[in-house]
Ligand binder design. Structure first.
Ligand SMILES: [Zn+2]
Length: 113
């Protein structure tokens, strides 16, 4: 379980975070505020998955089938193998963060306490 960056309660499961990308937000079940993951670290963590997919398409694709079918299966297998690396990197290296403040988000420091 992962702690919420807002309320510190462990309200996010392993899979909550795996599915959470920097373009997506998840809502904390304890304080119902949004959390996200940082762009740079999330992309670094995802790179084995992307590289695996490319590797699979190029190297395994021709072994798995003719033309597009082989490329498709190669890409899927490559992505699955890449995921084996991406998942632990994501788990250990990518923190849950408060999402960047959009202009429509009102964060006020006047009402603390
Ligand atoms: Zn929370």
């Amino acid at each position: 379980m992962y702690a919420c960056p807002w309320c510190q309660r462990k309200s996010f499961s392993f899979w909550d975070k795996q599915w959470l990308g920097p373009a997506r937000k998840a809502k904390c079940s304890a304080c119902s505020r949004d959390v996200s993951v940082p762009w740079g670290k999330a992309h670094l963590a995802a790179s084995p998955l992307l590289l695996g997919a490319i590797f699979g398409m190029v190297v395994w694709g021709p072994m798995l089938g003719e033309g597009k079918v082989g490329i498709l299966f190669g890409g899927i297998f490559g992505a699955v193998f890449g995921m084996l690396l991406t998942a632990p990197i994501y788990h250990l290296y990518v923190p849950l963060v408060k999402p960047p403040v959009d202009d429509d988000d009102e964060i006020s420091f006047s009402g603390r306490g």
